[in-house]
Design a protein around this ligand. Structure first.
Ligand code: FES
Length: 610
């Protein structure tokens, strides 16, 4: 992707922006909030900038909104001016004292949603003035800075009654270019949206009040698709049996989201019909299934998705239980295996907008990684399989009550159990497994090649007697009932080898060494629970000082919230695929050699730095 340099005066801020980005978005990328009241539709005229250097042809919106004289002087609407050359331009006015809301990982965003309500006191028709009802609303919206709005058929059907119910006093609900609803009276005090992260395992819905920017409440639940398999590949396999199976998977996903929404509506006394927008993030397979698009080609070489771009759809045909004419916006994906959840992670963390060199790792069935900064960012996905979730461990279980989530090996074995350490341990979840393997390495019971030592080689070791034969394999006995075998450790080793090899390829693409990484961000549910030190000990993440490794939580939800709260953040999020290069590992001839290399665990002295 070609990039051009844009300098904004008088601040002198410089941004290297991909071709085709608007001057408006490129400015926001470096923290310059150009004034706007129309949400970037090209109808308010507030975003004008003066182009001092670099040719930039005027757009139809420039001709409509700006006097000819200003156009000759170089003034352009930033929201409609795409960058195809280097430019210097002057911003006459930045947004003053913007309303702000906290979202993302401690990021402050401008509260400037794409979804707005506009109270309109319309003139009444007379025999002399017989504009259509829609024209009446459209003209009033145009005057308020919301021109070019499109109604849906349902909105048109509702218009005659809505206008006359309260004597032509109405509230228009606008999302982007769409007229979502026209409601009798002034209903501006009720404006909600919902951010949804459709994870393969867990679905999270956050109800947002778009007037205040505050989260009203959040709810999460197990994705009902789990009944068709734990990972994306088993869901895709199920979908291969035909369109009825795809429909079944869609109903399961929509059913999960709707039950979370109903819970939120009930608990916080919010009417479904006051929720007008949903922004959805999720991996590419989850988005395909949510929209009832067959995901089969994703599982077969050359791994092609039916769509990767962001979508803007009506809620009703999808069955999503918000206002039926509400909009459903999906984040874009980078590739079949670096999905919209990762794009949302990148938006939330700001890693493609800031100078800090960061590595974001989201480990699930696939290990997705993004490395870079505002200068350049690269991403990939490594086929980790479900080993990190403990799926190949006989004692493996989800991180629910009774799961061992942390292990410390010293003179004895200490366990941390979900729900309280006095509970009887039922099994081992992913973070517990990684802890165990890391602790086996630190305590000298597992060598660099991943071989569990024979008790005879561990003379005098306080835990030597815990290494026993179980299920026909050398195993470590964690409790009376729970063992982890050598082949199970090999599975984890293989998964971490794939992720580490992927990260290595990203570092090579940027020409950097592990110590150059300023922050490692562990994203997703797994990233929240994993012990950073253990991740480093087994070589899943580069050997950097511990304070540089951070769990950032469910950043996919945070990114979706930001896109709800700010049209500027949404546009940046939706343009991120232009900024991030996707590296397909199966096309990388060096991957296998690196994978073999990364199967080994790092020497302990290299991973015990502070
Ligand atoms: S015209 Fe309103 S933001 Fe550009």
């Amino acid at each position: 992707m070609r990039k051009f340099e844009v300098t904004y005066e008088p601040s002198g801020r410089v941004v290297h922006t991909p071709e085709g980005t608007t001057l408006f978005n490129a400015a926001h990328w470096v923290g310059l909030a150009i004034e706007s009241t129309c949400g970037g539709r090209g109808t308010c005229g507030k975003c004008k900038v003066k182009v001092l250097e670099g040719d930039l042809d005027p757009t139809p919106e420039d001709h409509r909104e700006l006097p000819a004289e200003e156009i000759t002087q170089g003034w352009r609407l930033a929201c409609k001016s795409e960058v195809h050359a280097d430019h210097v331009c002057e911003i006459p006015q930045l947004m003053k004292a913007p309303k702000a809301a906290t979202a993302g990982v401690g990021r402050l965003v401008l509260l400037d949603p794409s979804l707005v309500k506009v109270h309109l006191e319309l003139s009444k028709p007379t025999l002399e003035e017989t504009k259509s009802d829609f024209q009446r609303v459209s003209d009033a919206l145009d005057l308020a800075g919301y021109g070019g709005i499109e109604p849906t058929l349902e909105v048109l059907r509702s218009l005659p009654d809505a206008l006359r119910a309260d004597d032509f006093d109405v509230t228009a609900v606008v999302s982007g270019k769409h007229l979502v609803a026209v409601e009798p009276g002034d209903t501006c005090d009720r404006l909600y949206g919902v951010a949804v992260d459709v994870g393969t395992t867990t679905v999270v819905a956050t109800l947002m009040d778009l007037r205040t920017g505050m989260a009203v409440g959040a709810s999460s639940g197990l994705n009902r698709q789990a009944a068709f398999g734990a990972d994306v590949i088993s869901r895709i396999n199920h979908s291969m049996s035909g369109s009825a199976a795809v429909a079944e998977l869609q109903e399961a996903a929509v059913g999960t989201i709707n039950s979370l929404l109903h819970e939120l509506y009930r608990e916080f006394s919010v009417e479904r019909d006051n929720v007008y927008e949903a922004v959805v993030a999720g991996n590419a397979t989850m988005l395909h299934l949510l929209l009832r698009v067959g995901p089969q080609p994703i599982a077969l070489s050359p791994f092609v998705a039916a769509f990767l771009h962001p979508l803007d759809l009506r809620a009703a045909p999808l069955g999503l239980d918000i206002h039926p004419e509400g909009r459903v916006q999906t984040f874009p994906s980078l590739g079949a295996y670096v999905g919209a959840d990762i794009v949302s992670d990148v938006l939330a963390t700001g890693m493609a907008q800031e100078d800090t060199l960061r590595l974001l790792v989201d480990v699930g069935t696939n290990g997705e990684a993004v490395l870079g900064s505002a200068e350049r960012a690269v991403a990939t996905s490594a086929p980790a399989g479900p080993a990190f979730e403990g799926a190949h461990v006989r004692a493996g279980m989800r991180a629910t009550e009774g799961a061992i989530e942390g292990v410390v090996l010293g003179e004895d074995v200490r366990l941390q159990i979900v729900g309280g350490n006095d509970l009887e341990p039922q099994g081992l979840c992913g973070s517990g497994l990684i802890d165990l393997v890391a602790q086996l390495r630190v305590s000298g019971m597992l060598d660099e090649a991943g071989r569990m030592l024979d008790p005879a080689e561990l003379k005098g070791h306080p835990l030597a007697a815990r290494i026993v034969e179980h299920d026909g394999a050398r195993s470590f006995q964690l409790t009376d009932q729970i063992y982890v075998t050598q082949p199970e450790i090999r599975e984890l080793q293989s998964a971490k080898g794939a992720v580490a090899a992927g990260i290595d390829i990203l570092m090579e693409a940027l020409g950097i060494a592990p110590e150059d990484v300023e922050e490692v961000l562990l994203a997703g549910a797994f990233g929240t629970y994993i012990n950073p030190e253990s991740a480093r000990t087994i070589g899943l993440v580069p050997a950097v000082p511990l304070e540089r490794i951070k769990a950032v939580g469910n950043t996919a939800s945070e990114g979706a919230k930001m896109a709800l709260l700010s049209f500027r953040e949404r546009e940046i999020g939706f343009e991120l695929p232009k900024w991030i290069e996707y590296i397909e590992l199966s096309a990388d001839s060096g991957f296998n050699d690196r994978f073999i290399d990364k199967l080994r665990f790092p020497p302990i002295d290299k991973v015990t730095i502070p």
